[in-house]
Write a protein that binds this ligand. Structure first.
Ligand code: ZN
Length: 357
């Protein structure tokens, strides 16, 4: 049988820009990415191997002292509750955000047409057809945006098409959920007045609002204020893994009602019923979450949201080269080609098109 090209995957969340940002000063991050440094989960050669066709590339400003390793260490034990980091001022966050956006554009410029930052659904579809990696500029936490939303205006012109008002910490716009297990996402207040204005401005500009990391209160505030489909780019089913970061069936029903989307997060702590960063996490567990999400949302409203380079993921996937392992498992599980296309890329592109128009 001739070997088939891997099913193209459009992925709802990665943190490769953070990984590359941390290398600034010791190397040329764009070259490391394009030539393939083999570190973390993502670089261009491995993406092409794994069928990674594009996705949301997050700009995330780290809190001092809270590395991914530290976070993993704090999430041990039968239950845990990582304290929320304190608010970062826009003036402190802006240079880091700009540095990460600059890395994204340096990658595009040096890629010789192999990597493109997309601003429209048409551009995303052309990338999918031609094998160019189609990147969407996303911000995970609105720390770098001022209350007057001047920076939002400029970031939108610079290609920003998706924004999470909060990561798991407070901003002037709202409150994030802590890494708490077991817990619902009902852990604190929702959107501030500035946050409601931010959502309205994003609706008007055509910037998607990402609900992953929001408190439940914040989720319902966005559901009330926003006129666009509700999107949680990298979250799982609370019914299977009762982590504060996951979505209850009631939230899933609201997302379905809005014509929105949930991207399956590969992080073991959001997959496993015990909430642990556990070794030996089986792909079957990812299938259980997908089945639940599809049962609650419908097959047109589920996608992938790997959290590559931002989380500990099942060893059987390993890094982006392991995407075909997941796709093969989905096929064995009984999803036909049409369903695979929806889950792997079409639903994401469709929801972004509808949100940006
Ligand atoms: Zn995240």
């Amino acid at each position: 049988m001739p070997s088939k090209a891997p099913t193209p995957v459009f992925d709802g969340h990665n943190d490769v820009l953070l990984r590359l940002f941390k290398k600034t000063g010791t190397s040329t991050p764009e070259n490391d990415f394009l030539l393939g440094d083999g570190e973390g989960h993502l670089d261009l050669p491995r993406m092409l191997q794994g069928g990674f066709a594009g996705g949301l590339f997050a700009v995330y400003v780290p809190s001092a002292g809270l590395t991914l390793d530290k976070l993993n260490e704090l999430m041990r034990g039968a239950d845990y509750d990582v304290p929320l980091p304190s608010l970062l001022e826009a003036a402190a966050a802006l240079p880091t955000a700009l540095a990460m956006i600059a890395i994204l554009y340096r990658i595009e410029r040096a890629s010789d047409g192999a990597f493109m930052v997309c601003r429209t659904g048409g551009e995303l579809r052309r990338c999918l057809e031609t094998g160019v990696i189609g990147a969407v500029l996303h911000m995970e936490g609105a720390e770098a945006i001022d209350p007057g939303l001047n920076a939002l205006e400029v970031f939108h012109q610079a290609g920003l098409r998706s924004l999470g008002p909060v990561w798991s910490r407070p901003t002037i716009f709202g409150h994030g959920v802590p890494f708490r297990f077991p817990s619902t996402g009902d852990t604190g207040p929702g959107l501030t007045d500035a946050g409601k204005a931010l959502v309205k401005a994003c609706n008007e500009l055509g910037v998607a609002i990402d609900l992953s990391h929001m408190t439940e209160q914040g989720f319902w505030d966005v559901a009330r204020v926003s006129t666009k489909p509700l999107i949680a780019s990298h979250s799982n089913a609370h019914a299977i893994c009762p982590h504060a970061r996951n979505l209850t069936d009631k939230q899933l029903a609201a997302i379905a009602h809005s014509g929105g989307l949930v991207g399956l997060n590969f992080a073991t702590c959001f997959l496993r019923p015990d909430g642990q960063k556990g070794e030996g996490t089986e792909i079957d567990l990812m299938l259980r979450h997908l089945d639940h999400l599809i049962a609650k949302l419908g097959v047109d409203h589920v996608g992938l949201g790997s959290d590559f380079d931002g989380a500990y993921i099942p060893e059987s996937i390993g890094d982006v080269k392991g995407l075909p392992v997941l796709v093969a498992a989905l096929r064995r599980h009984g999803y036909d080609d049409a369903t695979l296309n929806l889950l792997c890329h079409e639903n994401w592109i469709s929801v972004l098109e509808r949100t940006w128009s």
